[in-house]
Design a protein around this ligand. Structure first.
Ligand SMILES: [Zn+2]
Length: 531
């Protein structure tokens, strides 16, 4: 035996001595202990001082555990301990490409639902396989999108579906549900969903409902015809017998500000007759969407070539401009100053400018006609994503106070520093807790936490999630009620939320002392029927 191997043997002996000496940590009773915190359990009950013990990805016990052995102890003195937040309205469809989902988890979100506004993966099984193979930091569920299914069967045709086409679409929705989608989503302001009639949506929602899924809708109208749109959405749930989620409820036309009172009354009336309808909301007075949504929907049929043909034909273009002007007047608007460019890849120097400023910059004049001409040029160069300042504080607050309205970001997985996204993608939950709970006293903290946890968990039937309760999944968000808040703004959107030092997903620490640990403990949450 040489000197080197003797030395190695000695090292192994020393190492095993050290391990024996630390036997309490070799087989600790718990994986994680969260000590000395104030527990807001997600049910809406008042906060209570308590400790949380976690083992095997689940909450093992809630009580007093000072002195118990654990692989990691989180000192939550002075902090709130809540269930991980559940964001049921996201566009996190490409999470496999950005698996750390840092913008979500750093604002306390531990589960997301993707596939909203009618857009999702078409092959849900394939999407789940890709996610499971690479791993993700947070839990992931998806809806199957109507626009995705309709586009696969009918392209962007502007007409009702034939019986054969509807049958094909139904089979695609059925397959997605069998593969684990948690419901069916529509985006009725977008192409091609906007061309669908009521019976088509009803039939497809019924397929999802029969498999235990929810019907989630970005409605046909969110302003001038808000009440009709809410009624249409509720009617689908009532007839197809499925739970209903009204997505990003808002009033997006100044002439209709205040209409949230009537929209919420419709929800209350439907619930009173047994329709299980809820809504979600992001906590901002500006929306985020495409530039195309400002154009009449018939202009967008058939893809970029057909759009360009219409915009380049002088007669058609003047007709389009007239309709665009009418659409503005209908909403109580006189120009496009409310519309701010978020991301325009053909000329990023326009990012952050309103369409009025864009017109001034590219045409040297900012009349309404110049604004329309600038918008036309941008559409001819592939369009842009936009931020629209169209809502009132009163409506946002009234909607937020309603007990059946949850908190959801409407965000994608964001890459830090990339583009000019809506700040809700970094700040939404933190903004509710900081701005609306702490500063404006809109509701008690336990009510805000309930809206972020048990309310969506129960509606989307995420079993044993959404509450801090023994046996439940250990998705936990630890935040400082005195400092939690959003740092992202429309001007500087890339800023992580503040005051959220710890986030655990399935019992694994993903955020520690405010930093992402790189852990990927997230799971795919498939619908209860297929599990
Ligand atoms: Zn939407």
């Amino acid at each position: 035996m040489g000197r080197l191997s003797l030395w190695i043997k000695a090292c192994i002996a020393a190492a095993s001595l050290v391990l024996t000496g630390a036997s309490t940590l070799q087989n600790p009773t718990y994986d994680v202990l969260i000590l000395h915190g104030t527990v807001v359990d997600g049910s809406g009950s008042a906060p209570v001082a308590n400790d949380i013990a976690i083992k095997g990805g689940r909450i093992a016990a809630i009580g007093r555990f000072a002195g118990a052995a654990a692989a990691e102890v989180v000192d939550a003195a002075g902090l709130m301990v809540a269930p991980g937040f559940i964001d049921v309205h996201t566009h996190a469809d490409d999470i496999a490409d950005a698996p750390r989902a840092e913008n979500f988890v750093r604002m306390g979100i531990t589960s997301v639902v993707a596939g909203n506004c009618g857009g999702s993966a078409l092959d849900i099984a394939e999407a789940f396989t890709k996610i499971r193979r690479g791993g993700i930091s947070i839990n992931y569920a998806t809806l199957i999108g109507h626009n995705t299914v309709r586009r696969a069967v009918m392209g962007t045709a502007n007409r009702p579906a034939t019986v054969a086409e509807l049958t094909k679409m139904k089979s695609l929705v059925w397959r997605a549900m069998a593969d684990g989608a948690v419901g069916f989503s529509t985006g009725l302001q977008y192409v091609p969903g906007t061309y669908a009639d009521g019976p088509e949506i009803l039939e497809l929602a019924r397929v999802a409902g029969n498999a235990g899924g929810v019907y989630a809708s970005h409605m046909r109208n969110e302003g001038t015809k808000l009440e009709e749109a809410v009624e249409e959405t509720i009617r689908v749930g009532e007839t197809a017998m499925c739970r209903v989620q009204i997505s990003h409820l808002k009033v997006d036309s100044p002439l209709r500000w205040g209409a949230s009172t009537r929209a919420l009354a419709l929800i209350d009336a439907a619930r009173a007759r047994g329709v299980d309808v809820q809504a979600d909301q992001y906590a901002y007075t500006a929306a985020s969407s495409t530039l195309g949504i400002r154009f009449p929907s018939w202009v967008l049929e058939g893809g970029q070539d057909s759009i360009a043909q219409r915009l380049n034909d002088p007669g058609t273009w003047s007709r389009i401009k007239k309709e665009m002007r009418d659409l503005l007047v209908e909403r109580g608007l006189s120009d496009l100053a409310f519309a701010v460019v978020a991301s325009y890849s053909a000329d990023p120097s326009l990012n952050g400018l309103s369409m009025k400023q864009v017109a001034q910059k590219v045409r040297g004049a900012d009349s309404l006609d110049d604004q329309f001409e600038a918008a036309r040029t941008m559409m001819l160069h592939g369009g842009a994503s936009m931020v629209y300042h169209l809502m009132s504080d009163d409506d946002v607050e009234r909607i937020m106070r309603h007990p059946q309205v949850g908190v959801a970001s409407d965000s994608s997985v964001l890459l830090f520093g990339d583009g000019m996204p809506h700040p809700r993608g970094y700040g939404n939950n933190a903004r509710v807790l900081g701005e609306y709970v702490r500063t404006r006293h809109l509701m008690p903290i336990q009510e805000a936490v309930r809206k972020m946890t048990s309310l969506p968990a129960q509606h989307f039937q995420f079993e044993r999630r959404g509450l801090l309760k023994t046996g439940y999944a250990a998705d936990v968000t630890v935040f400082n009620a005195a400092t939690v808040g959003d740092a992202a703004t429309f001007e500087k959107p890339h800023a992580y939320a503040a005051g959220i030092p710890y986030v655990l997903v399935n019992g694994v620490v993903v955020v520690r002392k405010g930093e992402h640990t790189g852990a990927l403990p997230g799971q795919v949450l498939a619908n209860a029927v297929t599990k």
